[in-house]
Design a protein around this ligand. Structure first.
Ligand code: NCD
Ligand code: ZN
Length: 357
């Protein structure tokens, strides 16, 4: 990574950094008209993005994923080098044969496990992981990664404990029963999850969002409830945020960037039963740069954003670079989202880093 220091700067923090172009290993872009509103934000920054399959209806087959991928490519517009890496939505009855079809197609990079009821559009998700064992067996055999939304869903489990419970009640068995299945523990939010990943085999890795590195649950609940800071897994207490920062900047190649940018129309968030998800794709790498800068670890950003992910997925890193400048800019109050608008993270507030075109 190359850095330059502004002559006026009295400290040693760089005013500009160039890093290998990042990839987003966990992204929601939705479908239909709104694709044109959101895909270019990611395509401008990232070489590739793992596209989440939680549409209605979910993307459960390779055939559906092919159609979805075409629509995303069309929406990328001028950013024609952008590669959407597709995923399949695992259900109780995904046949092992579908994994073969997915591998042979060359367009499916992973299969996503949503426990039924865990999050947005997860109704068709897995009700009993044992039902998926033949399919997981096939995934292990063919080298297809399993991406996990790691939260239990029982109504009697406190929402702040759902990730830890998932590790104890589900993930430990999955990892033990399929020791050579590649597993990405998605958008981890707790020290427990970071520790689990660190202690597991090299087949287990994790994505971390920028918002979980930058915020804790006070940012959602103190001084009034903030619907645009509500996502799943929900923000946790400060000690967990600190553990995530430590993992992200550690240089451990098991941790990589996955924004979980999850846009929803403003009226779906600002209502009596608002849905989960934060829209961060418009400034993904800038938000991560700010988090790493806050931890005096800008020199570790490139590894996290651009090297560890491709290494885990068995891909080359991107061949070009991007440049970020230390420059405060104010985030717009909203962005167009098809016929609606989406409220971005930090709307009306500033971000300290700016991606140069
Ligand atoms: C995501 C969405 O809106 O699709 N929401 C979220 O809060 N992260 C689903 C998910 O990744 O849990
Ligand atoms: Zn997600």
């Amino acid at each position: 990574m190359s850095q330059s220091h502004s002559a006026a700067s009295s400290n040693t923090s760089p005013s500009k950094i160039s890093i290998i172009r990042p990839d987003d290993w966990h992204l929601h872009v939705r479908d239909g008209e709104v694709l044109k509103s959101v895909v270019p934000f990611t395509a401008r920054q990232c070489g590739r993005a793992i596209i989440m399959p939680n549409l209605t209806p979910p993307v459960t087959t390779t055939e559906q994923a092919k159609i979805y991928q075409k629509a995303i490519l069309a929406a990328a517009g001028e950013y024609s080098a952008f590669q959407p890496l597709m995923t399949l939505y695992l259900t109780d009855c995904t046949p092992p044969e579908e994994i073969k079809t997915a591998i042979n197609s060359g367009i499916i990079s992973a299969v996503k496990l949503y426990p039924a009821g865990a999050t947005t559009n997860s109704e068709a998700g897995v009700t009993d992981i044992n039902k998926c064992y033949p399919t997981l067996e096939m995934m292990q055999k063919l080298g297809m990664p399993l991406l996990v939304h790691g939260e239990v869903t029982h109504s009697d489990i406190d929402i702040f404990d759902r990730e830890k419970m998932f590790i104890d009640q589900r993930l430990i068995s999955i990892v033990n029963d399929f020791p050579e299945l590649k597993v990405v523990f998605e958008h981890i939010t707790t020290a427990d999850a970071a520790d689990f990943v660190i202690e597991s085999s090299p087949y287990v890795a994790a994505t971390i969002t920028a918002h979980h590195l930058l915020m804790n649950r006070n940012d959602m609940l103190v001084g009034g409830i903030k619907p645009h800071h509500y996502c799943l897994p929900v923000l946790k207490r400060e000690t967990h945020r600190e553990a995530l920062v430590k993992a992200a900047i550690s240089g451990n190649n098991k941790f990589f960037m996955g924004t979980d940018s999850a846009p929803h129309a403003q009226h779906k968030k600002e209502t009596t039963c608002g849905c989960a998800g934060m829209f961060t794709a418009f400034a993904a790498i800038e938000l991560y740069a700010e988090a790493f800068d806050n931890a005096n670890a800008l020199d570790k950003l490139e590894q996290f954003s651009s090297l560890n992910g491709p290494l885990f997925y068995g891909l080359e890193a991107n061949s070009d670079k991007i440049t970020l400048q230390r420059e405060k800019w104010t985030v717009p109050d909203s962005y167009q989202f098809g016929d609606d608008v989406v409220i971005p993270l930090r709307a009306g507030h500033t971000i300290n880093w700016k991606l140069l075109c």
